[in-house]
Design a protein around this ligand. Structure first.
Ligand code: F6R
Length: 617
């Protein structure tokens, strides 16, 4: 996690850095700092614990000098508490002329630190990062060659890192290195940028290059070179960023999360655009590289974490039902440690908004090494997971800034439906006309989500009345089960309320013991038109918990009068294909968590202890 930005160019560097950090703040927000080399050639650093606003105020009160080169960092603490001292940048060497920022974890820092302590170096922080600053500064003091010193030290580091370095004695240069943590270059006219992702510089340029694994960037105002850790030159293709800076601003909404929930008709529509024609036929050109293999798949394993894993769970129902191939969903961090069975006919699907989640990245690398094919479903262009996969299906949700995932989740589910339809066609498991009918139902989703959003005010009213709830339970069945778990996760992370999602059928096997008078239970009710009469079974579950005193809130399909009969309140979603209901029924749960968090006066976009992109294992 942590956000990183670097700049060399004619603009006011402090403004460029702080603007970039503002857009990267979702990656970590427990401290922030910048270093610049001012026009008099002096290195100046300012860093403060707390949110970026504290640093901005500090700099406003006591401005840093004019500068045209600098680096900035927003932190999610790993080693060392979030204090001013542990904030980045860290300075290296006795003369403190080197400044360094880091995202990731240097796993061998203890060993390197002992070496430095023995050599008499004193440390100003408790971080793993500071060792790198001292090591590079000491090498530079010996040789006067910053690039070679940098190469030499990054080769010694183990673990995950994006590191940016500047030195007062080489005032035209920012160096960067990347291993297992993201780094993107922004190419401007007479200026160049570095960032953890394109959000860092999208307001200045749309031209970008994703830096590869174990690569170094040598960035100057009019020149960018990439090389590997051995100093051999590397060529990387440029890409154009397909969203503009305004997409990543709040645009009048009270929070990014509120905006992103409201964006969903658009983001779901964009994810289908060009892939689903009006007659319901799916075209996924992106999967061309896998075409030969799809009919012969032995199984699919989806690897993901958190919300993305719940999207994958929904995908499992659709793929198994339509394409008749076994699917399992695995939490990425568990997957590779249990010696899974993978063959060249196994398709591993990595699902990730950021495309940088370290657990998922490690799971897919393991899968590739074991001979499986890897498909990534991802929302971030040029992300590591996208680059390392055999094929990529981008969700076109646009930038998701709020830490809690909403529009990326629904876009992931929709991508999963597209994948399921594509697989069913390739494997010839369903009549084309059936698949087209489902495709046409999919096309209705944007308008249907817009209808669900109209109930936002009543959901908000309800959420306020739950302000003092100690625990909330969520029930669901079939595709509603992952939605129950997602509703519970949203409430935990945003409102800090204990919540659990259960499969409704599991209730009688234990969880029903939790029900007492007044216990709020939110139930995701299957369609009354479902062929397996799961609706009737869930209505029975509602009756069971109500009989024991629960206060039931139902998310049900329009016209489901039975759901209304036994519930304190019902939110209706439009009639849809039963497999597609999750995209609609999750929306009231997102609003519920958002409004409950806001009612408690919490920071909706940046909940405590979290960061958006989890780039550590
Ligand atoms: C919850 C949430 C997280 C992420 C998870 C995976 O609202 O956002 O649970 O879904 O950390 O992140 P990505 O999708 O970036 O791999």
């Amino acid at each position: 996690m942590c956000g990183i930005v670097g700049y060399v160019g004619p603009k006011s560097t402090v403004d460029v850095l702080l603007g970039g950090l503002k857009r990267l703040e979702y990656r970590g927000y427990d401290s922030a700092g910048v270093s610049v080399i001012d026009t008099e050639g002096k290195l100046a650093t300012r860093k403060r614990a707390g949110k970026l606003a504290i640093l901005v105020e500090d700099i406003d009160n006591q401005p840093l000098g004019e500068a045209h080169i600098g680096i900035g960092h927003t932190r999610w603490a790993t080693h060392g508490a979030p204090t001013d001292g542990n904030a980045h940048p860290h300075l290296g060497g006795d003369s403190k002329k080197l400044s360094l920022i880091h995202n990731g974890i240097i796993e061998n820092f203890a060993e390197l630190k002992s070496e430095l302590l023995e050599a008499g170096v004193s440390f100003a922080s408790e971080t793993d990062t500071e060792v790198a600053a001292h090591l590079i500064a000491r090498e530079f003091d010996k040789t006067g060659d910053l690039i070679e010193s940098f190469r030499k030290v990054v080769r010694r580091l183990h673990g995950a890192f994006t590191i940016l370095v500047m030195h007062q004695d080489v005032p035209d240069l920012v160096l960067a290195a990347r291993r297992n943590a993201p780094l993107v270059i922004g190419l401007g006219e007479g200026e160049n940028f570095l960032g953890s992702d394109v959000a860092a510089f999208v307001e200045h340029t749309k031209r970008a290059i994703a830096v590869g694994q174990d690569e170094i960037v040598i960035l100057r105002q009019n020149d960018v070179a990439i090389e590997n850790f051995d100093g051999e030159s590397v060529t990387r293709d440029e890409f154009l960023i397909d969203w503009d800076a305004s997409a990543a601003s709040k645009g009048g909404w009270s929070s990014f999360m509120a905006k992103e929930i409201a964006d969903q008709p658009q983001s779901v529509g964009d994810t289908m655009m060009g892939r689903l024609s009006s007659d319901g036929t799916v075209h996924l050109e992106e999967l061309a590289a896998l075409t030969q293999k799809l009919p012969k798949l032995d199984r699919i394993i989806m690897v993901a974490c958190g919300t993305a894993a719940y999207a994958a769970e929904v995908g499992k129902y659709a793929i198994e039902s339509w394409a008749r191939v076994p699917v399992s969903v695995e939490l990425s961090h568990e997957f590779r440690y249990r010696d899974p069975i993978l063959t060249s006919s196994t398709l591993v699907v990595a699902v990730s908004q950021s495309g940088e989640t370290m657990d998922t990245l490690m799971a897919t690398r393991y899968a590739k090494e074991s001979g499986a094919m890897v498909l990534t479903i991802c929302n971030t262009q040029g992300a590591t997971l996208a680059r390392e996969a055999d094929a990529v299906l981008y969700t076109h949700a646009g930038p998701e800034v709020a830490v809690a995932s909403t529009k990326a989740f629904t876009a992931q589910i929709v991508s999963m439906y597209l994948l399921a339809l594509h697989l069913a066609k390739a494997r010839n498991t369903r009549a084309l006309s059936d698949l087209q009918e489902i495709g046409k139902e999919l096309l209705k989703l944007p308008a249907q989500i817009a209808k669900v959003l109209e109930q936002g005010k009543s959901v908000a009213e309800l959420a306020k009345s739950f302000k003092d709830a100690k625990t909330v339970l969520f029930l669901g069945r079939h595709v509603g089960f992952p939605i129950a778990m997602e509703g519970a996760l949203k409430l935990k992370e945003l409102a800090y309320i204990h919540s659990e999602g259960f499969a409704a059928g599991e209730l009688k096997h234990g969880p029903i013991a939790l029900i007492e008078k007044g216990q709020p239970v939110i139930v995701v009710v299957p369609s009354p038109n479902d062929p397996d009469s799961l609706n009737a079974k869930v209505i029975s579950n509602i009756q069971e918990v109500k009989a024991r005193g629960a206060e039931v809130i139902a998310i049900a399909e329009e016209g489901d009068l039975e759901a209304a009969k036994y519930s304190a309140q019902v939110f209706y979603v439009p009639k849809a294909h039963q497999m597609l209901l999750p995209v609609l029924s999750v929306v009231p749960l997102q609003i519920f968590a958002l409004e409950l968090s806001a009612a408690k006066g919490l920071d909706v976009d940046q909940p405590r202890n979290l960061a958006k992109s989890v780039t550590v294992e």
